[in-house]
Design a protein around this ligand. Sequence first.
Ligand SMILES: *[C@@H]1O[C@H](CO)[C@@H](O)[C@H](O)[C@H]1NC(C)=O
Ligand SMILES: *[C@@H]1O[C@H](CO)[C@@H](O)[C@H](O)[C@H]1NC(C)=O
Ligand SMILES: *[C@@H]1O[C@H](CO)[C@@H](O)[C@H](O)[C@H]1NC(C)=O
Ligand SMILES: *[C@@H]1O[C@H](CO)[C@@H](O)[C@H](O)[C@H]1NC(C)=O
Length: 391
Amino acid sequence: MVESVEDGKQATLPAAQEQRRVLPAGMLKIFLAFLLLCVGVALSAFGVFLARHAVAVAATAPALFLGAAQEPEEGPMERWTRAPSRARHAISDEELLWLASFAPRARGQSGYPFRRVPKLAFMFLTHGPLPLAPLWERFFRGNEGRYSIYVHTMPLYRANFTSDSVFYRRQIPSKAVEWGQMSMCDAERRLLANALLDVSNEWFVLVSESCIPVFDFSTTYQYFQNSSQSFVMSIDDPGRDGRGRYNLGMSPEVEIYQWRKGWQWFQVDRELAVAIVKDTLYYPKFEQFCRPGCYADEHYIQTMLSIENPGSLANRTVTWVDWSRGGPNAAHPATFGGGDITEEFLRGVREGETCLYNGQNTTVCHLFARKFAPSALGPLLELAPTVLGFG
Ligand SMILES: *[C@@H]1O[C@H](CO)[C@@H](O)[C@H](O)[C@H]1NC(C)=O
Ligand SMILES: *[C@@H]1O[C@H](CO)[C@@H](O)[C@H](O)[C@H]1NC(C)=O
Ligand SMILES: *[C@@H]1O[C@H](CO)[C@@H](O)[C@H](O)[C@H]1NC(C)=O
Ligand SMILES: *[C@@H]1O[C@H](CO)[C@@H](O)[C@H](O)[C@H]1NC(C)=O
């Protein structure tokens, strides 16, 4: 070996001769057997890859011939960090929360020793159908690789999206949810835990089937990327529907001055998402003492995070809603149908208020809005390109 490296002439010999010269016959056989084994493994791995990615390979084949040389090589970490292509799995809730509880929580590239494009995870908490899906499809189009989608439905519902939809195979194993009960928070934790298993997901947004995006994808993405805080509404409301829902049984984990309230629709980063899925301190208290009359989805995450990570919270939501219809004690906010959707209405939702963003006043306070009926879809699709900036 030393000889062949040092002697320039021998180093230029064809590989087979070189092997014969430097390796005894016995070792050569072992080497050849090893070589065959390597080729076999590589071929079968390629076969599995082809089977799994046949569609993607077919779709990208022209690109491969046209300009693949400039594409960055898939790094060796890709295999260990790639998210599963379908959201369905057979892991129990307990196993899932455990797995997600030690997911990496670093922000940005610096916490990861490999190239990572941060993704915005959309978590759809729904009964089943997504009547506004065509609007979301247009919102996501062209942004592949920067988002991921998870859909929680009623347990027996089977979504019916075709393989060209962004919602195809994005339904996670789900359980029944009752309005205002702890099962609602269970669904939120289930969504977060599933999304945390994809190490590329950096921000996590909870939306519903009646939500719409009101800015284009890039603006939405940058709004979270540029923000120093997460958008969880968490306020101290002294009234009957605020501190009035506190139960002394929660002490000492939660004292009344720590009790918070806010709408359910949140956005959190990885650090907060991990804090939520790994919580075993506050969860049992809310499960036992936040019973109807107290709506767990308006208090649990809001209170827990304001005790554990107060500096990370903007204390406001980015999801617009209108409580003005139906009077001050309405149980549900207004739902907007086809007749309500005008350019003026949408502009009001987009920039009709002032709020703080990174300590500065801004009129861009809401990235999403609710609640919209299926009849709103047509007018929304029509106005999206000119008013919402996509479609
Ligand atoms: C599934 O899709 C087909 C064709 O798009 C439609 O006819 C059918 O009603 C759908 N089923 C459900 C349960 O949505
Ligand atoms: C985010 O920051 C970048 C760079 O500073 C800026 O160009 C962009 O407009 C910002 N986007 C938003 C939505 O704040
Ligand atoms: C949000 O509220 C917490 C207390 O619950 C506070 O510590 C934090 O500074 C507030 N954040 C902002 C942006 O006001
Ligand atoms: C934001 O605007 C309000 C009035 O609308 C003003 O009182 C406040 O000082 C402003 N805050 C900043 C940080 O500019």
